[in-house]
Ligand binder design. Structure first.
Ligand SMILES: *[C@@H]1O[C@H](CO)[C@@H](O)[C@H](O)[C@H]1NC(C)=O
Ligand SMILES: *[C@@H]1O[C@H](CO)[C@@H](O)[C@H](O)[C@H]1NC(C)=O
Ligand SMILES: *[C@@H]1O[C@H](CO)[C@@H](O)[C@H](O)[C@H]1NC(C)=O
Ligand SMILES: *[C@@H]1O[C@H](CO)[C@@H](O)[C@H](O)[C@H]1NC(C)=O
Ligand SMILES: *[C@@H]1O[C@H](CO)[C@@H](O)[C@H](O)[C@H]1NC(C)=O
Ligand SMILES: *[C@@H]1O[C@H](CO)[C@@H](O)[C@H](O)[C@H]1NC(C)=O
Ligand SMILES: *[C@@H]1O[C@H](CO)[C@@H](O)[C@H](O)[C@H]1NC(C)=O
Ligand SMILES: *[C@@H]1O[C@H](CO)[C@@H](O)[C@H](O)[C@H]1NC(C)=O
Length: 414
């Protein structure tokens, strides 16, 4: 664990409550003011004055002053040389930010950590006197801790922001969003900047602008997993959405929210038809319709697997004429064969072994690479169950002031 062992998000107050925060916003506020999205504190304090405190001051001014001057807009710094005073820091700005934007963002994030700036969606007093803090804003992320957190994904809290307006053709829109995200997430994971954006243009439907962005300390596979889990929670039938964690962010909108010069030179023509997702299994052998059926089926299988209702996917014409254990094992193996990372797929020889012997232990499958998430995927199961998520969703829709849910403070339709 990078931060303290039972940390909590100060935006929300029931202590120890596992975090779910759902905010429904009509639109991303497009003002110049940097939005402070997430403030996440460790739960151990330093005393004042102390060497830790002065090291933290040095660290913050170092990070905010130097990071904007690097072309990468990224730096990590460690200050202090005794175990009790040592502090690890990371600052990173979005690659399309100017140095001035980067400085302002880090400066404001540092102020939010200190409790001098209230997060955009309300709540929280920042992390004054805490030994660890993480702040995510639109254009930057700032982290510090007494523990070395580099390369460890921090995903224990997340902030979903949803635009509640439906797309004009939700089915088609959702396919295009998924195809766009499937394209840019691996690009981001591979890029040294851990950042990728893309545009899906359409002459008749909304244009879609997508972004996938991890902190640069993550390895590619940690980054990709972080992004995929977020993408599974996007509501892709609505005209905008963003999932924010400390270590990664995914976002799509129908208006440009990043510098278009960051888009690779040849933007793809209209994506869609689920061709991109199906390519992972089909690898060009099937036509679009077949691909779509496959990914629909796979979605359904994964959803049931994930919700422990796997046997529901069995064709009803079989009646009771099957061995549940055998069916479960076949589905399990099937899911292993469609893992995103080829290194996680079993070889044909292992598959034979898996099928022939129950004593061969199977690893738990992860969400398949091209899973097209429903409104919420239970990949967040470690946080909360699906039922709870849905309860929160409807609760927040009806009573935005409810205690556990931060109210909508910043709604500005466009
Ligand atoms: C840490 O400080 C905060 C206020 O800054 C206080 O509310 C909290 O109780 C302190 N925690 C410990 C463990 O001392
Ligand atoms: C920040 O820290 C690094 C490494 O400790 C050091 O090289 C650099 O000069 C510092 N920069 C500032 C502005 O303090
Ligand atoms: C960053 O660059 C600006 C302008 O080029 C310069 O004034 C400033 O001293 C630099 N800061 C650091 C810490 O190098
Ligand atoms: C933000 O920048 C201002 C002006 O450069 C500086 O006075 C202030 O201390 C900075 N705040 C933080 C938290 O770094
Ligand atoms: C969006 O569509 C869903 C179902 O298709 C409907 O229930 C909901 O009311 C719509 N939302 C808006 C804001 O129109
Ligand atoms: C398509 O996207 C590009 C940005 O990549 C934009 O410049 C262009 O105007 C868009 N075309 C249409 C038809 O919307
Ligand atoms: C499989 O897909 C990869 C990547 O899209 C491609 O390079 C390769 O040629 C495909 N193989 C076949 C047999 O279509
Ligand atoms: C895809 O599913 C539809 C019905 O859902 C069916 O009519 C069609 O034949 C299927 N296509 C293929 C290639 O399996």
């Amino acid at each position: 664990m990078a931060l303290a062992s039972s940390p909590r998000l100060l935006l929300l107050l029931p202590p120890l409550q596992i975090i779910l925060l759902l905010l429904l916003v009509l639109a991303a506020k497009s003002s110049a003011q940097e939005r402070i999205l997430l403030v996440y504190c460790g739960n151990t304090n330093y005393t004042s004055p102390s060497p830790y405190e002065s090291n933290l001051d040095v660290l913050i001014s170092n990070l905010t002053a130097s990071t904007p001057n690097f072309t990468s807009l990224y730096s990590t710094v460690t200050v202090g040389n005794t175990p009790s005073s040592q502090i690890y820091g990371l600052a990173q700005c979005r690659p399309d930010a100017s140095p001035a934007t980067c400085f302002d963002c880090l400066n404001r994030s540092a102020a939010a950590a200190a409790g001098d700036v209230v997060p955009t969606f309300g709540g929280g007093d920042g992390c004054p006197h805490r030994r660890s803090a993480s702040v995510r804003a639109d254009h930057c992320v700032l982290r510090y801790s007494d523990q070395n957190f580099y390369s460890q994904p921090e995903e224990s809290v997340y902030l979903p922001l949803m635009n509640t307006a439906n797309a004009s053709d939700p089915e088609r829109f959702s396919q295009r969003v998924n195809a766009l995200m499937e394209k840019i997430m691996p690009e981001a994971a591979k890029a040294e900047s851990r950042f990728a954006v893309g545009v899906s243009n359409s002459s008749t439907l909304e244009d879609i602008y997508g972004m996938a962005w991890c902190t640069r300390d993550l390895y590619s596979d940690g980054c990709l997993l972080c992004l995929q889990q977020e993408a599974g929670a996007l509501r892709t039938r609505q005209v905008g959405g963003e999932i924010v964690k400390v270590s990664c962010v995914v976002r799509f909108e129908t208006v440009a929210f990043f510098d278009l010069s960051a888009v690779p030179s040849a933007p793809p023509p209209e994506l869609g038809n689920a061709q991109a997702p199906s390519a992972a299994v089909e690898n060009g052998t099937g036509d679009a319709t077949r691909g779509r059926n496959h990914s629909k089926n796979l979605n359904m299988v994964w959803r049931n697997w994930d919700q422990r209702t796997t046997l529901r996917v069995v064709d009803q014409c079989l009646g009771d004429e099957y061995d549940a254990k055998e069916v479960l094992r076949c589905i399990h193996i099937g899911l292993l064969c469609v893992q995103k990372e080829s290194s996680q797929r079993p070889s044909m020889a292992s598959v034979m072994l898996m099928l022939s012997s129950y004593s061969f232990m199977l690893p738990a499958p992860l969400m398949p690479g091209f899973y097209i998430g429903g409104p919420f995927s239970s990949v967040f199961e470690s946080l909360t169950s699906i039922g709870e998520i849905e309860a929160h969703v409807s609760e927040s829709t009806k009573t935005p002031e409810s205690e556990n849910i931060v109210s909508i403070t910043d709604v500005e339709p466009r």
